[in-house]
Design a protein around this ligand. Structure first.
Ligand code: ACO
Length: 428
């Protein structure tokens, strides 16, 4: 793109290049703004208008409800591929061949063993600890057990780190839940695939041979694929920002887990279910909660509604909604919360407040109902999200390091006191 953006600052004209992405999105490259204007910066709290990087991983068009990983439509991937196949695509850029996938799956499983010393760390947590806190700490602790810094110039070293991370993370996530339940901490089975193993890690009882329910496996496979990446969201930006200081992969992912935990981000799936339960306990009056969400004097927000970038239906929510019906029917679960969710969705979609603000159900609105039907406890919902998001965090971290991006260091507009004299304590 040859045109420039013209900016006039305090009577002086400046030209900044316009960059165009492969989907015709346009960005003003302001790298030289501060230097050429002697100190002027842009101010964009929440980064609603700020691109932090160029990326080849995920394309998202919030206005049209489009989501693609490496050019492939999310819907096609969710319906036709398995989780590790899509993880491979997202991390390495191309779909694996059959031989590559078989090798990848085997190696991920081989590397799922976690140093037994890690169990002592799990042991130290109180049983009341939230699994996301345990997962974040345990992911960070991996750094102590695998301290060799990753040589980003070596594809082999990257591949090994990817395999190790994908192998161990679900084990740690499941341990976080088992600790809470007082259950023994287990491992994967080399004869099972990634999703079957995840269910085994979560639900296996010492006295029984674990047999995964294939309907649950298929639904979970789809659900986790939908969560793999979502470009520069809060947790992914956190992972990239931490990694930009050349902190290690696991240290960066641990920060991503913490960022995902918040109720405005991944923690929303837990918050949605708690909200639906509260509405049910309160008699199921959906209209009352719609009114509360619209009341500016009431801090209540309709959890699972609205999205920073989707100002149209979240394409993941559409896929998840149909899969919620399917899973509940297949598992023979009749969940009154699903009825409340559907009524809430219908009421909101027909309400002027929600229509005017383009607030639609997001990915979290139905995922909690599916997890609940699968027997996954509510405090584990965000851990499941994190397990799904891991390949995306890894892909973004590797891309950031391979592109040799500079350390992330935003500026600020200082609005505090100007210089003043110190007042001794006797005179204050
Ligand atoms: N319920 C009621 N009103 C809402 C909601 C909601 N869920 N979401 C946004 N609004 C309103 C705001 O009050 C605001 O109204 P105003 O213009 O009259 O002041 C307007 O819609 C715009 O809201 P913002 O907060 O500016 O929107 P933003 O894009 O910054 O926030 C967010 C997006 C954080 C997701 C927000 O919609 C929200 O809090 N939703 C509920 C939590 C949730 O579901 N989070 C999961 C996100 S998806 C994910 O992380 C996987």
């Amino acid at each position: 793109m040859s045109e420039n953006a013209k900016v006039n600052v305090k009577g002086n004209d400046y030209d900044f290049p316009l960059l165009e992405g492969t989907e015709q999105e346009v960005a003003i490259a302001i790298k030289k703004l501060r230097g050429s204007t002697s100190g002027v910066i842009t101010l964009d709290p929440g980064f609603k208008n700020t691109g932090s990087c160029k990326s080849e991983i995920t394309f998202l068009n919030g206005e049209e409800g489009v989501l693609r990983y490496r050019g492939y439509d999310i819907e096609e991937l969710a319906n036709k591929a398995n989780f590790l196949e899509v993880a491979y695509l997202v991390i390495f850029g191309e779909l694996p061949t059959k031989a590559e996938l078989v090798k990848f799956e085997k190696e991920v499983n081989d590397k799922s063993f976690v140093n037994e010393e890690m169990k002592k760390i799990v042991d130290g947590f109180p049983r009341s600890a939230h699994p996301m806190g345990i997962l974040s700490s345990m992911t960070s602790a991996l750094t102590a057990f695998y301290p060799t810094p990753l040589d980003i110039s070596s594809d082999e070293a990257i591949y090994k780190a990817v395999v190790r991370s994908l192998g161990k993370f679900p084990v740690l996530g499941a341990w976080a839940m088992r600790k809470r339940n007082g259950w023994p901490l287990g491992y994967t089975d080399s004869k099972m695939n990634y999703i079957e193993n995840l269910l085994k890690l979560l639900f296996e009882r010492p006295s029984e041979t674990f047999e995964p329910n294939q309907k649950v496996v298929r639904a979970l496979n789809k659900l986790l694929i939908l969560h793999i990446d979502h470009e520069q969201n809060c947790s992914t930006s956190t992972v990239r920002l931490i990694g930009s200081s050349h902190a290690g992969l696991h240290a960066s992912i641990s920060g991503g887990v913490s960022a995902l935990w918040g109720p405005l981000h991944g923690g929303a799936n837990q918050a949605v279910l708690e909200m639906l339960e509260a509405i049910q306990k309160d008699g199921g009056d959906v209209e009352k909660y719609i009114a509360k969400a619209k009341d500016k004097n009431d801090p209540f927000r309709l959890m699972g509604f609205g999205h920073r970038v989707y100002k149209n239906f979240d394409p993941r929510a559409r896929i998840i909604k149909s899969s919620a019906d399917e899973v509940l029917a297949e598992l023979g679960v009749d969940d009154p919360l699903l009825d409340i969710a559907m009524k809430l969705e219908k009421a909101a979609l027909n309400d002027e407040y929600f229509k005017a603000r383009k607030l639609y159900p997001n990915v979290d609105f139905y995922s909690g109902i599916i997890y609940r039907a699968m027997g996954i406890p509510v405090e584990m919902f965000t851990v499941m999200f994190a397990i799904g998001r891991l390949p995306g965090w890894i892909a973004q971290w590797v891309e950031m390091r391979k592109n040799n991006e500079p350390i992330g260091r935003p500026r600020q507009l200082y609005v505090g006191k100007t210089q003043r004299d110190f007042v001794s304590i006797e005179k204050r």
